[in-house]
Ligand binder design. Sequence first.
Ligand SMILES: *[C@@H]1O[C@H](CO)[C@@H](O)[C@H](O)[C@H]1NC(C)=O
Length: 126
Amino acid sequence: MKQYLVMLIIPAVFAWNDFDPYTDPRYDMQHLLDMDLCPPGNDSLCLLRVREVAYKYRHVNEKVDADCEHDKELPNVPRVCWIRHRKHFGFPNFQTRTIWEMQCWLDTTVKPKPKTKCRAIQIDYS
Ligand SMILES: *[C@@H]1O[C@H](CO)[C@@H](O)[C@H](O)[C@H]1NC(C)=O
């Protein structure tokens, strides 16, 4: 009889960290500033360009998903560009978990000119 050890994967407490896309050298985002990354009906900037930024920053070949989504934590933003780096855990790949996320959006409440805001989060599982 075969027995499998099933590990319970529980995320540690985590929080978003804001970073400044205008000055943060870890992200090469100058070409994406001051624009709506998720305008109605056109997700291509998020799906292509922002995902490129995430790939470069993460140095990965694994799947990095990009998506234009509403985040209820940001009620004034119709849709944020949401990047998720997922990883398989357990043998043989029981579960897929998001280990890192990034969000960028145009904050139109900043006057006189809207500004690009970004935040990221590292999710460790124990
Ligand atoms: C969508 O946005 C991209 C980047 O701004 C632009 O190049 C492209 O022409 C747009 N596509 C449509 C269908 O508007």
